[in-house]
Design a protein around this ligand. Structure first.
Ligand SMILES: [Zn+2]
Length: 191
């Protein structure tokens, strides 16, 4: 899997779209969350724009990027999705807050009379641009298969296991998968 062309800002790792759906890729824009190595890929407006274009979502054009609004929504999604991926209950206050945000997101789309498909109104702000991601998370939470919502045991990135046999273990075989292999090889050779 190819790394996305985001400015690393001194960080040595890479960012990849491994989540299988936009809401998980959004949560994964923090690498190694809550560790010493933690790195935020969406800390610059330029990276935010690149990320939105990589996942094919429109960003509010000609407006300054509201980083705090983005980070707040990402934090909220992480509070709901990370426990679910770990097989735990999502905390009720976070679900309540998430539910309100989703209700606002629903109001910003309408059925197009010609195509009869949902259409989003053009985003006016960073918060608006996140509406499709909120609804993706809502679908995953209310209708998705939680068994298939997983976390990488190495780096804690989240992903939806879309493999036929449901045996996907790592965010990316080339990164965490091979890191684990090397670690086990080292332990064996030490023994
Ligand atoms: Zn990983």
């Amino acid at each position: 899997m190819d790394a996305l062309d985001l400015h690393p800002d001194g960080y040595t790792g890479t960012y990849k779209l491994v989540g299988g759906r936009p809401c998980l890729d959004f949560v994964n824009t923090i690498s190694w969350p809550e560790t010493e190595r933690e790195h935020d890929w969406l800390s610059s407006p330029d990276n935010v724009k690149r990320w939105f274009s990589a996942i094919d979502l429109p960003f509010a054009r000609g407006k300054p990027v509201d980083l705090p609004a983005l980070h707040k929504t990402r934090q909220l999604l992480a509070r709901v999705l990370r426990p679910l991926a770990h097989g735990e209950q999502a905390p009720a206050p976070a679900v309540g807050e998430f539910s309100k945000a989703v209700a606002r997101a629903y109001q910003s789309r309408a059925i197009d009379p010609e195509s009869l498909a949902w259409q989003w109104t053009a985003p006016q702000s960073a918060a608006d641009a996140l509406f499709p991601i909120l609804l993706d998370a809502a679908d995953l939470i209310t209708a998705g298969n939680h068994e298939r919502l997983r976390y990488c045991p190495s780096c804690d990135w989240l992903f939806e296991d879309q493999t036929r046999n449901g045996q996907r273990r790592w965010c990316d075989m080339a990164d965490c998968g091979s890191r684990d292999k090397a670690r086990r090889y080292y332990q064996r050779s030490k023994a």
